[in-house]
Design a protein around this ligand. Sequence first.
Ligand SMILES: [Mn+2]
Length: 319
Amino acid sequence: MSVDVLMHGLRTGLTPFLGLPLALDPRPTTGVVLGVPCDAGVINRPGARLGPWALRAASMGLGTHPMPDRLREGYVALGPAAADGWLDGGNIPTLPFSLTEALETVQATVGGWAMNGCRTFLLGGDHALTLGALRALALQHGPLGLLHLDAHPDAADGAAWGTPIHHGTWVRQALEEGLLDPERVVQVGLRAPRFDDEELAFLQAAGVRLWTPSDLRDPRLDSRLAADLAAVGRGPAYLSLDLDVLDPVLVPAVAEPVPGGLSVEETLRLIRAVHRWPEPWVGADLMELAPTLDGAEASARVAVHLALHLLAGGSHECP
Ligand SMILES: [Mn+2]
């Protein structure tokens, strides 16, 4: 963040994500950050509609400004290159009343930027909205690889719930619509108690690779994990991060917290794997932050820390 960005923020009262330039209309550039202020897909504990504001506020002062080399060396390198050509595109104007309409608005907005050659990074919003981005990006790029970090597989059968879509069904829907290349779909962090046999059978039949936290920590599986993570990026790929993948002691402000989750370091290790993909991810998201369920904005701060590492690109390695 430069003094100009600081002054602009003070003057206007706006806090673009990481101090990025604000641009509401699609245009050719590297990538765009888009808020999705909707939580119409949440079953139990709403609040994710406020996520984009909390994430922008928590990112204030965490610029992507150049750091003196001596500081950057051997340190977490969140270099300026990270954000070169990245814009904050504001919020996608999703009304909170209709998930169907919200999905169409997300698809249209993400599609508008993607047609300009942009990569898109969503600040959720509940996880159902990811489906809108996948629809837009699969139209643009063909079936996508997916690295999905989540406590839940989000592959419930909507028919059993009496609705085509909620925040626990989007993976099944994306697979059924052919938006994903099932050979390149990996889910990490799964541990939800409601992960039923039918959901498991569906995912296994589709060929999705599933990782629990304890599998992740088993050193005998390290090479298999590396192979699975690399496979996702053998073509256009998407990273979807439900903040409930982290332990609720770290990130309590989510709709469906499940104990026994990942640490920040474990999550960053997965994010770093993305930077080894031969091509940059075409889309990513950070979903399910419900800031009013938090105590001290801790969850938003962890979330923004993860985003910085994701946007830092492949040119830097973290220690
Ligand atoms: Mn989820």
